[in-house]
Design a protein around this ligand. Structure first.
Ligand code: F6R
Length: 366
């Protein structure tokens, strides 16, 4: 039930702090420095010894998968490839029995992701599921996995499942990294502590709804949006753009920030709002700052997402502030204002937020 919320989507955005709690329950034990992922326990040796991990998904789940690549490569130092289920299954992919395939799917029923999983099974790969729907086809057909425990997602546009997916992939990356000796006990403990603090920090972000609403009022008539981010926040830029286009029908594109000068910069004028995820924790923050200057110099409006105490970006048109956290967890905080902005803009444009035109919650046909 929606309760006092106008739409399921708004409810699902707002309940994300509790979703993180549910996702961590019984798994993250920060004070003991322990991370328990029961559904992976019997596969940990093979996972830690993998020479390649392939993550398959579609849509929003593919964006989570892309962040999964960045996280696993950064923390666990195993090469990762990210694949669209539909492309992977039809391009005669090369699969070795030592490969590990991770299928990421909220519904666990997406036809292309399921078919990619079945292909990997034929090649005897270890198959791991990251699903929300308990007992779904993907959950049943994988050798093991980690459920999101995000609760039912009713809004067609995925929000809390995305957040739970990236959080779960962070846990998986940390678990493999620790098992491989890439991070030591102390480092694991401090990262688990940062995860424990995340629900409270995310709540503070969502409590700024009113600020996002005011900003949405200003930009609701725009016809195009650009979203830029680097590193861990590049998948967030893609996801922000997808949320806006699917529910408000505004054309939006996400780009790695440094790619802007290789083409999209030609689009920038006073009618082009550009959302830049620019946390100071980003190792290339200064490069993001230059991208912002380039947009402003061409008359574009910049909406920046950065930390509470960073005032370098006060010359932007809007600054949305998020608390400071460990760099690898920033996407969880950065995506929430983008979800809220898409929601408010779509609602103000009179769109059917929970059931956008032409979209189905679960794509079980090709
Ligand atoms: C976007 C959205 C879709 C799904 C995609 C995969 O908001 O909901 O892009 O993410 O259809 O669905 P699942 O995760 O169920 O495999």
């Amino acid at each position: 039930q929606k309760g006092s919320y106008k739409h399921f989507m708004l409810k699902e955005i707002c309940e994300q702090p509790e979703v993180l709690e549910q996702c961590m329950r019984g798994r993250v034990k920060a004070s003991e420095g322990q991370l328990l992922l029961g559904g992976l326990a019997m596969h940990m040796d093979r996972l830690a010894a993998a020479t390649r991990i392939i993550i398959v998904a579609c849509g929003t789940s593919w964006h989570a998968a892309l962040l999964g690549e960045y996280l696993i490569e950064h923390l666990a130092r195993i090469p990762v490839e990210v694949e669209y289920g539909s492309e992977f299954r039809y391009r005669n992919p090369i699969l070795f029995k030592e490969d590990v395939l991770i299928a990421v799917s909220q519904s666990g029923e997406t036809a292309d992701t399921l078919a990619a999983l079945q292909l990997a099974k034929q090649h005897k790969c270890l198959c791991i599921g990251v699903c929300n729907q308990v007992g779904s086809s993907i959950a049943r057909e994988t050798d093991g996995g980690v459920y999101l425990h995000a609760g039912p997602e009713i809004g067609v546009a995925s929000t809390k499942a995305f957040t739970a997916q990236i959080f779960t992939l962070s846990m998986i990356a940390l678990k493999i990294a620790h098992r491989r000796g890439e991070i030591d006990d102390d480092s694991l403990k401090s990262k688990l502590q940062a995860m424990t603090e995340l629900p409270g920090l995310l709540k503070r972000v969502i409590d700024q709804k009113e600020t996002v609403l005011q900003m949405a009022k200003v930009y609701r008539y725009a016809s195009n949006f650009l979203y830029l981010g680097r590193g861990f926040n590049f998948p967030v830029a893609l996801e922000g753009a997808l949320k806006l286009k699917e529910i408000s029908y505004i054309h939006a594109e996400g780009y790695p920030a440094a790619e802007m000068k290789h083409g999209p910069i030609a689009l920038i004028d006073q009618f082009m709002p550009v959302v830049v995820i620019a946390p100071k924790s980003d190792p290339n923050y200064h490069k993001l700052q230059s991208n912002i200057e380039e947009v402003l110099a061409r008359g574009g409006a910049v909406i920046a997402i950065t930390e509470d105490d960073n005032h370098d970006l006060d010359n932007c048109d809007y600054v949305i502030r998020v608390p400071t956290t460990d760099e690898f967890l920033m996407p969880v905080l950065a995506v929430a204002p983008l979800q809220l902005m898409a929601y408010y803009i779509a609602d103000m444009r009179g769109c059917n937020v929970d059931q956008p035109r032409n979209l189905a919650k679960s794509v079980t046909v090709e």
